[in-house]
Ligand binder design. Structure first.
Ligand code: 5GP
Length: 141
């Protein structure tokens, strides 16, 4: 498998070299808003240590990320009164992966509302508002 590239965009976010709207972090993981949200509140959860995806992640990285995924899934349900939560994860280009640092998508869902198509930049103010809603919900945890 291709080696981990330390210059991928999420590694740059982790190092603070490019901005991100952060909603949660602990020692091992970071959660931030997706810039092309496919539903209101779409966020990404990543480990702070390097791995490309599920195929090279250690059990400890997976355990830490899934713990945070669950925390954020519960938070978005509260924040958006969501009827459900979609969790997506892609491995290698053929599997749909575009950024090669392990990440899980957390997408709050409403009954009967489809995901928006991928690849469309979100509105910055809207994303900031949704991030605030998620941070508030996390405080209720
Ligand atoms: P995937 O690798 O799972 O197919 O998709 C990568 C995801 O990262 C996409 O949903 C895309 O919108 C998001 N993304 C790509 N570049 C950036 C960025 O610079 N900042 C943020 N916050 N999200 C990004």
């Amino acid at each position: 498998m291709t080696a981990y590239d330390p210059d991928n965009i999420f590694a740059k976010i982790l190092r603070g070299e490019i901005p991100a709207t952060r909603v949660y972090e602990d020692e091992e993981t970071l959660a931030f808003m997706d810039i092309m949200p496919r539903s209101d509140g779409h966020l990404l959860v990543i480990p702070k240590t390097p791995c490309r995806n599920v195929l090279d992640a250690s059990p400890a990285q997976l355990a830490a990320v899934m713990t945070s995924v669950q925390k954020l899934a519960r938070a978005v349900r509260i924040a958006f009164g969501a009827d459900g939560v979609t969790i997506q994860q892609f491995n290698e280009a053929a599997g749909g992966q575009e950024v090669f640092h392990l990440h899980f998508h957390v997408l709050p869902r409403q009954e009967g509302v489809s995901l928006r198509p991928p690849g469309k930049m979100g509105d910055f103010d809207e994303i900031a508002k949704h991030a605030d809603q998620i941070r508030s919900a996390l405080k209720q945890d």
